[in-house]
Write a protein that binds this ligand. Structure first.
Ligand code: 7PJ
Length: 281
């Protein structure tokens, strides 16, 4: 299997590592650290040197309780970085819910749109489907909206509800003209989910993998890891590695992480054990 990301075709023969770059003042783990474009660029290049297969740039915080970022501000933060990084050796993903930001990021050379709203905003499906580049899209499940999603998450059966939603969004993408080999699904750990929901989803990940699309898992440094370890956000590396390996063992093909270097090492060991293969990143 391979994933088409504009001018890149990513082989999915081994799990891929997506490095997170938040250029927001308020993201939960690295808010404010990379607001300076030079610092952001440095960090992206560091993650690529550490073996990241993709870089995901987010300019709007979707942390629980976050208020929306104006479009002009999101554009100002993200477009110059996509322009600077998209000529490099790995595809750049733009983490956005806004069609105008999607279009600008694609024009600036993004190889993927990562949308925590799963292209539900009016015009979002068209922004991705209508792009001249065959860029990839990650559609994620979220219950509610970031401002209120953690107030009272509730499901009858979290795995089947998330799976049903993702299957519907994949169909919507394909109906809009986005080819199957461009689509990635994501259960959206932490987005309108309790610790118990996140654990049930991780355990049930094979049911989502069975839909037949690559699955991305983002658990890195999230509050579930904090709840299980009692650690603050910058001390969750070991817990995050355990979660990343558990996701990959259940069929995830992309892990979205802050700690690229450590995750790449963990996956090299995991792969060698599991598949008898030593991969270069
Ligand atoms: C996710 C995301 C995730 C996808 C964030 C953080 C919180 N996009 N954006 N999946 N989480 N696709 O930076 O960890 O889990 S924002």
């Amino acid at each position: 299997m391979a994933l088409r990301c504009g001018r890149f075709e990513l082989s999915l023969d081994r799990p891929l590592v997506m490095g997170v770059l938040n250029v927001t003042p308020d993201s939960f783990s690295d808010g404010g650290r990379f607001m300076d474009p030079a610092a952001a660029l440095d960090h992206a290049q560091r993650m690529i040197a550490d073996g990241a297969d993709l870089i995901d740039i987010g300019a709007e915080s979707t942390r629980p309780g976050a208020s929306p970022t104006p479009e002009s501000e999101e554009l100002r933060r993200i477009v110059p970085l996509v322009e600077k990084l998209s000529g490099g050796s790995v595809p750049i993903s733009a983490d956005t819910r806004k069609p105008a930001v999607m279009r600008a990021a694609i024009a600036a050379g993004a190889g993927m749109i990562n949308d925590v709203s799963a292209l539900r905003a009016p015009g979002a499906l068209e922004a991705v489907a209508g792009s001249s580049q065959a860029i990839a899209v990650c559609v994620m499940h979220m219950q509610g909206e970031p401002a209120t999603m953690q107030q009272a998450p509730a499901y009858n059966d979290v795995v089947s509800e998330v799976k049903g939603f993702l299957a519907e969004r994949a169909r919507a993408c394909e109906a809009a003209g986005i080819a199957r080999e461009r689509i990635v699904l994501d259960p959206g750990f932490g987005f309108g989910k309790t610790v118990a929901h996140n654990l049930a989803l991780l355990r049930g990940l094979p049911a989502i993998v069975a839909l037949g699309y690559p699955v991305l898992a983002g658990l890195s440094r999230k509050s579930t890891i904090g709840a299980l370890t009692g650690r603050d956000v910058d001390e969750r590396v070991a817990g995050s590695l355990a979660a990343a390996l558990a996701a990959v063992a259940r069929g995830a093909t992309i892990v979205r992480v802050h700690d690229v270097r450590e995750t790449v090492d963990a996956l090299k060991v995991w792969n060698a054990i599991q598949n008898g293969k030593i991969f270069r990143h």
